[in-house]
Design a protein around this ligand. Structure first.
Ligand code: CA
Length: 671
């Protein structure tokens, strides 16, 4: 979930950053002993089953052992012993307890708290109430040892496709058997009634490099015990961070099934050459006092204000405290766990600015040791104020203080299609003047550029990125109106063909801009959400993609295919340094007060080793035709009037005056 960042004119960096930016109330947690071993909560080895719970201030602690994940009383309760030096409680059983379930309980302030599966449950029973003891070596699909995601040379080579498991497969037209499940993306050969490819074959056909799956850890809101009346949720309400969500498995009561099936999904995508990025929401928990964090180490994992109230930068009731050692380690180790156990290729951090920059640096650094191709990006903003000092937040404005972390550019997003919070507001691509400079900020990936006047930027007033690899460009995502709905509301009264033209133009800007392009699933076939802007718990009738659209909007889909192919074939759109962009990307001088909604630039001198010597890119976001002047020469036509050919075989032109249709892009190339 997300909001946009506030306008930040410049960041004042304090020279003396305190060791812990926190409230008076939170000072008590600084002195807690911490534990950094990798055997937290559960370890099964040849000497038996071992439990180790971190809970420095508990007065007593115990483990309840169960025969199943949901009903009945514990068959055994084990008291735990305290190790004061590291704040953990331990107990063991001599046998391997595979197939059993457990919960922890601590006594705190003289009272036994509710049972909890702990914070490190890697397998869980139905609804994540009890942790499960399973043999992970039995959950691997065939060929798992050799499984690997696609190689990524530079992050600007990645093309992200953001999707929700149910959106992709629930509609009858998907032709997919395992609807709403991890297994949906393991089915090949699925088609619409008219024979158009769906599911994983559709992704291959489209040409994206990575899927970004909406939260797929175990979340709170969907009742896994009642799948017949299954409800929909985006999943931004974390329950168990280290186990997959049960409703996406074929049997949530069988703890192995969710693990196995998620791995099978990853394997199928990897076999198709597609990477898997996971949306992670370490910034808050679904519940406050009832969260697994609070039930194991009260107070420690969350931030509070001076008066002891939960701080709430997530606007979901609370926020976590990444600056505290045990919480920072938790985030880092949890991400590492997904990378190692599930071969996850990237992480999208929800409300990343709730975390501190040091933590995000450590996340990226540690993940790279596992796989240097792992891509980490996030929302460089919070949803409300936080006790964490601004200069320590992983804000987009602080992105260049971090290493190997990218942020979403809300600059490009809002400038191209109109403001996210005002449905009727138009953007550069839909005829609103005055946004040219903000679009240019997106085109140069918020890097310093001699021809971009950041003072005229709408969302940011300075070049906050020092490299294009720090920027993810997009016009829409799961949040707010999807592109189709935004166009329908803001262009109300216009012909649908105009909307389709604007959709093509908007996405052309994203895919030709420097940085990493990101798109929302289904927009390539003009999917809508019936005008619902916050569909986080709307039914499938709102959220599911109607794949019949693929025949109806085949021309739009082919255009998107052209965009991915163009970008992949031409490194000029994927430069890797700010210097290269400043040198090779040259804007043509256009007086926006006289000819608004027109941007023209060249990618010169075989930019980034491109086979094309020069590429001319022109955008006309006006509702009327506009004319541009291209220098004389032999140009191949790559895109014009809503058509695209990555090979540049739409014809040739000698340059001179060229008129662009309303809401359209012109791309020319010279060898
Ligand atoms: Ca769940």
């Amino acid at each position: 979930m997300a909001l946009a960042a506030p306008v930040i004119v410049s960041m004042t960096l304090s020279s003396a950053i305190p060791a812990f930016a926190q409230s008076k109330f939170d000072e008590q947690f600084v002195s807690y002993p911490t534990y950094s071993g990798d055997d937290l909560e559960l370890l099964v080895d040849n000497s038996g089953t071992h439990f180790r719970l971190w809970s420095p201030k508990a007065q007593e602690a115990r483990v309840n052992l169960y025969e199943n994940g949901h009903t009945g009383k514990p068959y055994k309760t084990l008291p735990m012993k305290f190790e004061a030096s590291n704040g953990t409680w331990t107990t063991s059983q001599p046998e391997k307890l595979y197939g059993k379930f457990y919960t922890f309980q601590i006594k705190y302030d003289g009272k036994w708290k509710d049972e909890t599966p702990g914070v490190w449950a890697k397998a869980v029973g139905v609804n994540g109430e009890r942790a499960a003891i399973i043999d992970f070596s039995k959950t691997n699909p065939e060929g798992w040892a050799a499984d690997k995601g696609p190689a990524v040379k530079n992050f600007s080579d990645v093309i992200v496709y953001e999707m929700h498991h149910r959106d992709m497969s629930m509609h009858p037209s998907s032709g997919i058997a395992n609807k709403g499940k991890f297994l949906a993306l393991t089915e090949d050969g699925t088609v619409t009634p008219l024979g158009e490819k769906t599911g994983i074959d559709h992704l291959k056909e489209l040409g994206i490099t990575h899927v970004h799956i909406l939260p797929s850890y175990d979340y709170n809101s969907v009742d896994e015990a009642n799948l017949q009346t299954n409800t929909y949720n985006w999943g931004y309400d974390p329950l168990n961070y280290n186990a997959p969500e049960g409703s996406y498995s074929t049997n949530p009561s069988d703890p192995e099934s969710r693990v196995k099936e998620m791995k099978e999904m990853v394997k199928a995508l990897h076999d198709a050459g597609i990477g898997v990025i996971m949306d992670v929401v370490y910034n808050h928990t679904a519940e406050n006092d009832g969260s697994n964090f609070e039930l194991t180490a009260p107070g420690y994992y969350h931030r509070h204000w001076d008066n002891g109230k939960y701080a709430d930068a997530s606007a979901c009731g609370n926020e976590t405290a990444s600056e505290r050692k045990q919480m920072r380690d938790y985030i880092v180790n949890s991400a590492k766990y997904w990378a190692k156990e599930y071969h996850i290729d990237g992480f999208r951090f929800d409300l990343m600015a709730i975390h501190d920059t040091e933590t995000m640096d450590e996340v990226a650094r540690e993940l790279k040791k596992i796989n240097p191709d792992i891509f980490v990006y996030g929302e460089g903003w919070t949803a409300a104020d936080s006790p964490l000092a601004k200069d320590r937040r992983a804000l987009k404005e602080n992105v260049s203080k971090m290493t190997d972390i990218a942020v979403f550019s809300d600059d490009l997003r809002d400038a191209v299609k109109g403001h996210y919070s005002d449905a009727s507001d138009r953007g550069f691509a839909t005829g609103k003047p005055g946004l040219e400079e903000t679009v240019k900020i997106g085109i140069v990936a918020a890097t310093p550029h001699p021809q971009v006047d950041y003072k005229k930027g709408n969302n940011s007033k300075f070049p906050y990125a020092t490299s294009p690899e720090m920027i993810v460009n997009y016009v829409s995502c799961h949040d707010d109106l999807c592109l189709t709905d935004k166009l329908r509301k803001s262009m109300a009264g216009e012909l649908e063909e105009n909307l389709l033209d604007a959709a093509k133009l908007a996405q052309t800007i994203v895919f030709t801009s420097q940085g990493t392009p990101f798109m929302f699933s289904g927009e390539e076939i003009f999917r809508d959400k019936k005008g619902v802007h916050n569909s986080y718990m709307s039914p499938d009738s709102i959220n599911a993609i109607d794949w019949n659209n693929k025949s109806k909007y085949r021309d739009l889909f082919d255009y998107y295919k052209g965009l991915t192919a163009l970008r992949k074939a031409h490194p000029a759109f994927r430069m890797t340094s700010a210097d290269d962009i400043a040198k090779h990307l040259v804007f043509d001088k256009i007086d926006s007060s006289k000819t608004p909604n027109l941007i023209s630039y060249s990618l010169k001198d075989n930019a980034n080793g491109d086979a094309w010597k020069e590429i001319k890119v022109v955008f006309n976001g006006a509702s009327v035709p506009q004319t541009t002047t291209v220098k004389k020469g032999n140009w191949m036509i790559v895109a014009q009037d809503g058509k695209i050919s990555p090979e540049g075989d739409l014809g040739v032109t000698k340059g001179g005056k060229i008129t662009l249709a309303p809401y359209s892009a012109l791309i020319l190339a010279q060898e």
